[in-house]
Design a protein. Structure first.
Length: 153
C-alpha cells in the first residue's frame, strides 16, 4: 500500500496488486477466493478514509500500457540493459513465451545470420529494466510489437 497526498492535502491510498504473480504463487488454491479476499481488503481500506485504486500508483501509471506476448526461437539471455556488456539477470529457453512492454534501440546483435539493434523490455518492476535482444524472438525486427510500442515515446 502507498499513501500519497496531492497539493490540496487530499490523500489517496494505492494498493498495488500483480494478479498474475498472485495466481502463479497460489496454484492449487481457489483464485476466486483470493480475489474475493483482496476485494474485502479494498473495501476495508476505503472505509478507513482512503480512496483505493487496485492498480498502479502515479509513478507506475505506465503499468497500464499495453503488454505484448512474444516467443523465443532460440535461447536468449536477459540483461540489465540493452547491451551484451550488461549483467545477465536471467534467460529464456527456445520456445518460451513471455510478456514484453516495449522495444528500444540498443547494441547491434548478430546471430544465426540475423542482425538487429532492437531490444525488448521484459520487466520494469521495482525499477528493474530486464532487456533481451529482439534477434532471438519470432516475428519481424520488433518481435511483432507495433512501432508505437517504442519505450522512448
Amino acid at each position: 500500500m502507498n499513501l500519497q497526498s496531492n497539493e490540496h492535502g487530499a490523500s489517496r491510498v494505492y494498493l498495488l496488486i500483480d494478479w498474475n504473480a498472485v495466481e502463479r504463487s497460489l496454484e492449487g488454491f481457489n483464485v476466486r477466493f483470493v480475489k474475493a479476499v483482496a476485494g474485502v481488503v479494498l473495501a476495508m481500506a476505503a472505509m478507513l478514509g482512503g480512496t483505493m485504486t487496485a492498480g498502479a500508483a502515479p509513478a507506475e501509471q505506465a503499468a497500464s500500457t499495453p503488454r505484448y506476448q512474444v516467443s523465443t526461437w532460440h535461447y536468449v539471455n536477459i540483461r540489465s540493459c540493452e547491451a551484451t556488456s550488461c549483467d545477465v539477470v536471467g534467460y529464456l529457453p527456445a520456445g518460451a513465451t513471455t510478456t514484453a512492454w516495449c522495444w528500444t534501440f540498443g547494441e547491434t546483435i548478430t546471430d544465426a545470420g540475423i542482425t538487429n539493434n532492437i531490444w525488448l523490455l521484459l520487466n520494469r518492476q521495482d525499477g528493474a529494466r530486464w532487456m533481451a535482444s529482439a534477434v532471438y524472438f519470432t516475428g519481424d525486427q520488433f518481435a511483432n510489437l507495433p512501432f508505437e510500442a517504442n519505450c522512448d515515446f
